[in-house]
Design a protein around this ligand. Sequence first.
Ligand code: EPZ
Length: 424
Amino acid sequence: MSEKLRIHGGMRLEGEVAVSGGKNAALAVIPAALLADSPSIIENLPDINDVHVLMDIIRWLGADVEFRDNVMRIDPRPVDKFNPPYDLACKMRASYYLAPVLLGIFQRAQVPLPGGCFIGARPIDQTLKAMRTLGASVDTLGGVLEASVEELIGGDIFLDMPSVGATVNSMLTAVSASGTTCIHNAAKEPHIVDLANFLSSMGAWVKGAGTDVIRIRGGRHLHGANYTIIPDQIETGTLMIAAAATGGDVTITGAIPTHMEALSAKLLEMGVHVQTEDDWIRVRSNGVFRAVNVKTQGYPGYPTDLQQPLSALLTIANGTSIVTETIFENRFRFLDELRKMGANVRVIESSAIISGVDKLVGARVSATDLRAGAAMIIAALMADGVSEIGGVEYILRGYERIDEKLMQLGAKVERIRQEELTRA
Ligand code: EPZ
């Protein structure tokens, strides 16, 4: 059933909110737990659709899984299948992380590929190259990643770009390969480090995560582990931007300030007050912003997943901002929706030129992808009047209880289900 969010703009966000566990950390750590020969307990998992889809898939493979109060217990011992079904795997892009795991367990894997999405083609050539480098035969005929191998042997993987997904898949393959694997030009995102820490807690030998060379001595016996994943960097950033956008005063607890440095620096440049301590970040703003230029990069650069939410805020900054998207080739589609609210933006090649306007006006808009949905929420929170955002299912994939969290901070947000919409 399709749902909308109805947001009454103009309310200042104030108070304290706790950030949930990291979506992209969860999607890498859960598949890794299948490599153990005993159960794992993973804490601080966000209760979001993507995690539920991944749980359904590993249950289908045979794992015993319980998920309650953000804690998941996974017993991988009953897993006896290597070919998750299309109708489950296609719901969530990261399901292809299961391919190296199932290859390590069964020496073969057949995992349907979800293909591209609104933000780009999202090829997986680097993942295929990594698995082949370690000895696997791999192809993707018919949209299914089919891999097989006699024995995985460690080697040197050279990634053409610091791909997050390819780094995850290289790590998940290398822990099952005998000998040493070096992953060169690795992604350095916080959830890469989180995956390395989880693998190490299972008994793996992983060094260098967070740098551009990760070394793994594979083929070791892996046991279950108790682990708590990191807070969600992108949810933290989205809440920081929402606080600034409404001229609010919000403290985000359970965060890791060092993960947020690129955004914090940008907000400070815009005239926003950002205060950090060991596990909280306070954002205060008077609602007046300087225009800034932003260029998305891999971590520790400015994250592409926070490009859309910040672009929404820049629509009311004083002056003209230039936002350059270097990671995905089609991540400006949401600007069409912002134009409906009065934004003055145009796109030239990989840059959006955003000329600040006095205010946005509430409108009926839709989310075309997860972070576009976050951008629509930011815009609606600061617009004059009421907005309705369609495509809530995208937003709920990656933000746990985002409507409740915003209401807790003083926003006026309602979730409208389809039958109510037809009466409206
Ligand atoms: C991960 O996607 C995240 N998803 C994305 O978050 C995030 O935007 C992205 O990393 C960058 O940080 C998960 O972690 C589940 P990439 P991923 O491989 O792994 C090109 C969200 O909103 N590329 O680092 O797909 C690719 O086309 C999502 O939470 C190749 O050409 O990102 C893209 O242009 C959206 N060949 C660039 O590299 C490859 O084999 C970066 O992609 C792999 C990637």
